[in-house]
Write a protein that binds this ligand. Structure first.
Ligand code: NAD
Ligand code: IPM
Ligand code: MN
Length: 351
């Protein structure tokens, strides 16, 4: 028997609603497996900030670091809330965890399960993974604002791209492509305009590609990548790209793969020095929060990615097959968040 120390950050808005269902599914799939979860819940997010002024106290971050994995819902308050004027929960909590815990491989699969309605009329067999760099690029927070509020205001947002940071995520993406049957890798950037970062990315990708002669590599500018993603998403296998391009491409991928309510992600620290963190691609959705309208599937599939990462591939497979079976019959049925949790749990194949 094995005990997994799991940190849970439900967060704000629909975060707690979808995480509740992911936790129920985890309990159902691990029942009788010999693996038990020892959960610690962390009340972090906009609600915590509004109540206490705290975003991520150092001692809570240190406690998070002592867990085997983190399951994260979503954070972000209601737009325009005056109490959040000086807060930046996204940077101060979510990005801080991704950066400090070196979640350099932000893995976001896009699989169109049979029976699922895509935004596209005839998408074909979609099954690709975006590996988004998670610790640098335009997200680094470098820059500044001069003479704010004046006509002479100047703001800069400097993208940070290190050979070290690029190489580790590119290697991860190539290794992932090696384990997939199609053995294709597309790297996406904007080398025609972002010439400095683009050149470093190109140098590193070419060097790593030379070690992987079995992988078919191609390159797309990010604008063209959006065309192909909509016109023929079946051409993609593994995509590797920078932090901001990956953010945008994975919302698009979510819409293609049956909706943002299905899109899962893992913020992976492959070296295992820090806990990896699993979360739906979507946000706190204040427009539907508290109404049991959110689809918990993205959170449930994120929990499956977590099981994979913990070496519990069989359990992950059982969750995915339950989701697959449910999606095959779900159609456009209107369901509450809990009802979708129930439906998935009912389809977990017996061990
Ligand atoms: P969002 O993803 O929260 O919502 C976009 C749209 O998708 C909304 O119409 C919402 O109702 C819908 N949607 C999202 N998840 C859904 C689900 N599971 N089921 C059904 N519909 C769903 O994006 P946004 O509106 O741009 O952001 C809202 C807040 O969330 C902001 O504060 C933003 O910064 C934050 N955010 C947080 C994360 C995160 O914590 N990982 C990710 C993205 C956005
Ligand atoms: C995501 C979100 C985050 C990002 C925000 C909330 C910081 O959009 O996880 O995709 O941009 O990475
Ligand atoms: Mn995003």
């Amino acid at each position: 028997s094995r005990t997994v120390k799991l940190a849970v950050i439900p967060g704000d808005g629909i975060g707690p609603e979808v995480i509740e269902q992911a936790n129920r599914v985890l309990d159902a799939v691990l029942l009788g497996s010999g693996v038990s979860l020892e959960r610690t819940e962390f009340a972090l997010g906009a609600a915590r900030y509004l109540a206490t002024g705290e975003t991520l106290p150092a001692e809570e971050q240190a406690e998070l670091a002592r867990h085997d994995a983190i399951l994260f819902g979503a954070v972000g308050g209601v737009p325009g809330d005056p109490g959040l004027k000086d807060a930046n929960i996204e940077r101060g909590l979510l990005l801080k965890l991704r950066f400090d815990f070196e979640h350099y491989a932000n893995v976001r699969p896009c699989t169109l399960f049979p029976g699922t309605a895509s935004t596209l009329a005839d998408p074909g067999e979609v099954d690709f993974v975006v590996v988004r760099e998670g610790t640098e690029g335009p997200y680094a927070g470098n820059g500044g604002r001069l003479r704010p509020g004046t006509p002479a205001e100047i703001s800069t947002e400097v993208s940070v791209n290190t050979a070290f940071g690029i190489e580790r995520v590119v290697r991860y993406a190539f290794e992932l492509a090696s384990r997939r049957p199609r053995k294709r890798l597309t790297w996406v950037h904007k080398t025609n305009v972002l010439i400095h970062a683009g050149a470093t990315w190109q140098r590193v990708v070419e060097a790593v590609a030379a070690e992987h002669p079995d992988i078919a590599v191609d390159y797309l500018h990010v604008d063209a990548a959006t065309i192909f993603m909509v016109q023929d998403p079946t051409r993609f296998d593994v995509i590797v790209t920078d932090n901001l391009f990956g953010d945008i491409l994975t919302d698009l991928a979510g819409a293609i793969g049956g909706g943002i309510g299905l899109a899962a992600s893992g913020n992976i620290n492959p070296d295992g020095a820090f806990p990896s963190m699993f979360e739906p691609v979507h946000g706190s959705a204040p427009d539907i929060a508290g109404q049991q309208k959110a689809d918990p599937t993205a959170a449930i599939l994120s929990a499956a990615l977590m099981l994979d990462h913990l070496g519990l591939e069989a359990e992950a497979g059982r969750v995915r097959s339950a989701v697959r079976d449910d999606l095959a019959v779900r159609g456009s049925e209107r369901r509450s968040t809990t009802e979708t949790g129930d439906a998935v749990i009912a389809r977990i194949p017996p061990r």
